[in-house]
Design a protein around this ligand. Structure first.
Ligand SMILES: Cc1ncc(COP(=O)(O)O)c(C=O)c1O
Length: 397
């Protein structure tokens, strides 16, 4: 937490900014994204060095799939690029409606509503369902977009300990207001999976909405990649269940969508400010997501592959990992100290592997880590190679 600025302490506003950045740097927390060359393939060039990417959310390799690329290029050629406005102005293009219908049909939901990003989808759904009369119960490990959505919804927000259904139940018993339970299904930094059936049972007992962020589960878990709620056997058309999916991860495009009852869609278009007041997704992104959904339907073996590849990497790194499901492609190597995480990231890059150091505030203090993500496009040799490199890099100097 930055200390409050004293009057006259900085001669100009940028002095304050530089001071803040210097403090982050001194704490080992300065973020300096690395520029990569060569597009979104799993092979990249970075700092004049070839590397295999183990830090991408492109779990199925669809960002570079020929059919997905072609669809995006054709859409740009036929329709142009930008959507030219929000849904409520000029941006409500026919292809958006088609993608919504296809997503809803794929997921068995009554309706789908597209948002400009997964971040905006989470914010919009909490704005739409929340309000000053609502109480949102949010898992402490939820993604930043949910945290921000809670804040922007003007609801009372109560955070329950990670995965603790008993604590959630007792908070719901004493909640004063319309209850909304919100949780990631696959948690983005640890790769653990929520007890979705348990959350649903608690939500039903208390007449609560259940909002599930499936960002890292779509295309990975459940039959044909339909997500963790499908895997847990939730009724996909249940009125109280709202699922957020991202088009930006396993579907290889960008954008997000909210799946739920018709009334949820109605509320999103009325009150979901993050999607009402933002330009609709661009034509190539919509076309790419539609093509990716076709590939997912036609090539379900990609889902099996990413899960098998995750098992292979986790098996090699077993003793370095917290307990967790073996088939989730998020692999966290928790080292604690932020500078150690950055050093590990650099050592691995020198060896030809692009991984991501993750530090506070993305993760709690003392749990800095290197996070590896697996894709269906990784070869077995690459999975074995990065594991061997991790073991070398983790050895005491
Ligand atoms: C759990 C979770 N939800 C939502 C998002 C936001 O998705 P998008 O990148 O499409 O805005 C992310 C992205 O990092 C995420 O990890």
């Amino acid at each position: 937490m930055p200390r409050p600025t004293r009057p006259g302490e900085h001669a100009c506003p940028s002095g304050w900014a530089e001071d803040l950045l210097a403090r982050d740097a001194a704490a080992g927390l300065r973020r300096r994204p690395r520029t990569r060359e060569g597009g979104s393939s799993r092979l990249t060039r970075i700092h004049a060095r070839d590397a295999v990417v183990f830090s991408s959310n492109d779990y199925l390799g669809l960002a570079t799939h020929p059919a997905v690329r072609a669809a995006a290029a054709e859409a740009a050629a036929a329709h142009g690029v930008g959507a030219t406005g929000s849904r409520h102005l000029s941006g409500c293009h026919a292809a958006i409606g088609s993608l919504e219908e296809e997503l809803a049909a794929f997921e068995g939901a009554a309706a789908a509503t597209l948002a400009p990003s997964g971040y905006a989808a989470n914010v919009a759904v909490l704005q739409a369902l929340g309000g000053t009369d609502a109480v949102i119960l949010s898992d402490e490990s939820n993604h930043a977009s949910i945290i921000d959505g809670c804040r922007l919804s003007r609801s009372t927000v109560q955070v329950f300990p990670h995965g603790d259904l008993e604590a959630l139940e007792s908070m719901l018993r004493s909640a004063r207001g319309r209850p909304i339970v919100v949780s990631d299904t696959v948690f983005s930094m640890d790769g653990d999976v929520a007890d979705v059936a348990g959350l649903d049972a608690v939500a039903r007992r208390h007449g609560a909405w259940l909002v599930l962020d499936e960002a890292h589960a779509t295309g990975v878990l459940g039959a044909g990649g339909r997500g963790a709620a499908a895997e847990a056997g939730l009724d996909p058309a249940a009125d109280h269940v709202v699922r957020v999916v991202t088009l930006s991860k396993a579907l290889g495009s960008s954008g997000g969508a909210i799946l739920g009852a018709d009334a949820v869609r109605g509320l999103l278009l009325q009150r979901g400010r993050a999607l009402v007041f933002s330009t609709a997704p661009a034509h190539p992104a919509v076309a790419a997501a539609r093509a990716a959904l076709c590939v997912l339907r036609a090539e379900p073996h990609l889902v099996d592959r990413v899960r098998a590849a995750s098992r292979r990497l986790r098996h090699h790194l077993d003793r370095l990992l917290p307990p967790g499901r073996a088939d989730v492609p998020i692999v966290p190597l928790v080292v604690g100290d932020p500078e150690r995480a950055v050093r590990l990231e650099s050592l691995l890059l020198e060896d030809g592997w692009l991984v991501q150091a993750v530090r506070p505030p993305s993760v709690p203090a003392g749990t800095s880590r290197v996070r590896l993500t697996v894709s269906a496009s990784h070869t077995d040799a690459e999975l074995d190679g990065v594991a061997a490199a991790v073991h070398r890099a983790m050895q005491p100097a």
